[in-house]
Design a protein around this ligand. Structure first.
Ligand SMILES: [Fe+2]
Ligand SMILES: [Fe+2]
Length: 527
């Protein structure tokens, strides 16, 4: 296969890894990655090594789905031990940085009593020197602010942690991303290269344009064994869908979860890309159905199911602009999505409430996103208004209708909405499930359980639709498609509160004369 033209197989997937854990915002952004490594991942590996069989058992127990259990067979525990030893040896500075952050936050809690903060600086851990500023808010509560671009400099941000695992999607659910590190296995190509490596862009371009084994092996710096593995990922014909572009009117396609593809002949927009690679699978659109050129990717927030590197890396090189919500700058729990994606080699711009982007025949306006972040001060979240093909669309993702008056204000700014897309994960995970490693002051279980990552319930979703004046409303972003299981780990059944609330919402829409639906798998609208 070294001669001639080759394309990548449609079901080629990539898992981006850091120290063999699946990479996402809080395991890549430097300060947050240090916190997660020290306070979550190292203790998790230690716990596994104490009792591998208990972890394996728990990781396959449906009742414990989404829990922090390492699903690696006991026979491979020596490899997990080697991973942990390697982290302790090679990431000692990161582990120290995490402890320094916890110590600094503790020092600020103890000593910042409303008086001059200058005398506190020399007492802070030396690892943070030049990386932080201390400041009071208007309630006289002090906190540590990180000078985040400096944290991306070598010495804090360590690209040596990054690797990728390439393989062919086989339809078997992969282990849960937050809990189980990826070890090499037969059929995978493990490459110790940073995520921004040009060879990856070259590889995934071969989904659209022909390349060949020689060229791709050179681009990825492969040895003979790597080259042999890569050849199994190539095929001599592409499998792109012939109807992936349109030549008139407008179209929306639902690709699963929060991913919608909005198209006219002039523009293509993809929201929260998280796309199945499994070609030919019934009932879903896949990477083969995407338009060749994507003008805008709209990211709603930083949760691991909305900013999904395994899809974004496949799209690099064919995206005009990735639009991300702007963070609050320097807040430990609110890392910059722009800096994160820039360091992965993606073209990024960040937006704030009511910032506007125009394109031929339409515009995008970033609109506010309430809630769903366990009441943490996270600003990096947006919903979006899109005017396309003469229609007004509103993309609500996981935002919660805590306060209906907000949507009246949004409507006053952007106009009446034709189609609203809303998430209704209204019984989300508790605060500590996602944020435990960043909390430097313990919270009680009761406190954590009271602060869930929940979107709108039926009444809130109904208020949103009323206030926006939406003629049509569609429930999405529920994580129900089974091919998302390694990220979502959802376990709904017909009695689940969330699905009952969706039914209640759909009934209410019928009463109000609003056309409504609950999206699953794939759907298309044309006009
Ligand atoms: Fe979310
Ligand atoms: Fe979500």
């Amino acid at each position: 296969m070294s001669e001639g033209q080759s394309f990548i197989r449609p079901n080629l997937i990539i898992e981006p890894l850091v120290d063999r854990f699946y990479a996402w915002l809080y395991t890549v952004a430097p300060v947050q990655a240090a916190m997660n490594l020290n306070f979550l991942q190292v203790p998790l590996l230690e716990s596994y090594l104490q009792s591998p069989e208990a972890h394996v058992l728990a990781s396959t127990n449906p009742e414990l789905r989404g829990g922090y259990f390492v699903g690696i067979e006991e026979a491979r525990k020596d490899e997990v031990k080697a991973l942990l030893d390697g982290i302790r040896r090679d990431r000692a500075d990161m582990l120290k940085l995490a402890q320094a952050v916890a110590d600094a936050e503790d020092a600020v809690r103890q000593s910042a009593t409303g008086f001059d903060l200058t005398p506190l600086y020399p007492k802070l851990p030396p690892e943070l020197a030049g990386l932080i500023e201390l400041a009071y808010d208007t309630s006289n509560q002090a906190s540590v602010h990180f000078l985040e671009p400096l944290a991306y400099q070598p010495g804090v941000y360590d690209e040596g942690r990054q690797s990728v695992q390439l393989s062919l999607e086989d339809g078997i659910e992969r282990p849960f991303i937050l809990s189980t590190p990826r070890l090499p296995k037969p059929g995978t190509l493990d490459l110790h290269i940073p995520f921004h490596h040009q060879g990856l862009q070259e590889l995934f371009s071969a989904r659209l344009r022909p390349s060949n084994l020689d060229r791709l092996s050179d681009a990825l710096e492969l040895d003979a064994a790597g080259r042999a593995q890569l050849s199994a990922f190539l095929t001599d014909s592409p499998s792109l869908a012939p109807d992936r572009h349109i030549d008139a009117g407008a179209r929306i396609r639902y690709f699963g979860h929060a991913c919608l593809v909005l198209q006219t002949p002039e523009v293509s927009i993809v929201t929260d890309p998280f796309i199945s690679a499994e070609s030919g699978a019934a009932g879903r659109y896949t990477l083969d159905d995407l338009p060749d050129r994507i003008d805008y990717v709209l990211i709603t927030h930083g949760h691991q199911d909305h900013i999904v590197l395994e899809t974004l890396l496949q799209l690099r090189g064919r995206v005009g602009t990735v639009v991300v919500p702007r963070s609050s700058r320097g807040n430990l729990v609110d890392p910059s999505l722009r800096l994160y994606l820039e360091h992965l080699g993606l073209p990024v711009t960040d937006v704030d409430d009511f910032d506007e982007l125009t394109f031929p025949g339409g515009r995008i306006i970033a609109t506010p996103f309430l809630g769903e972040h366990a009441d943490l001060d996270i600003r990096a979240k947006q919903t979006y208004f899109v005017h396309l093909g003469g229609r007004n669309l509103w993309l609500g993702a996981d935002s919660s209708g805590i306060e209906p008056a907000l949507y009246r204000r949004i409507r006053a700014h952007v106009g009446k909405i034709d189609m609203a897309f809303l998430g209704m994960e209204c019984d989300g995970a508790p605060l500590t499930w996602l944020y435990q490693a960043l909390l430097t002051q313990p919270v009680t279980k009761r406190m954590s359980d009271s602060r869930k990552l929940s979107g709108s319930n039926a009444a809130q979703a109904g208020d949103i639709v009323d206030e926006l004046g939406a003629s049509e409303a569609y429930i999405y972003a529920m994580g129900e498609e089974h091919w998302l299981g390694h990220v979502m780990a959802t376990s709904y059944n017909d009695d689940s509160y969330q699905l009952k609330q969706v039914e209640e919402f759909l009934d209410a829409c019928a009463t109000r004369g609003v056309k409504a639906g609950h999206l699953f798998g794939q759907q298309e609208w044309r006009w």
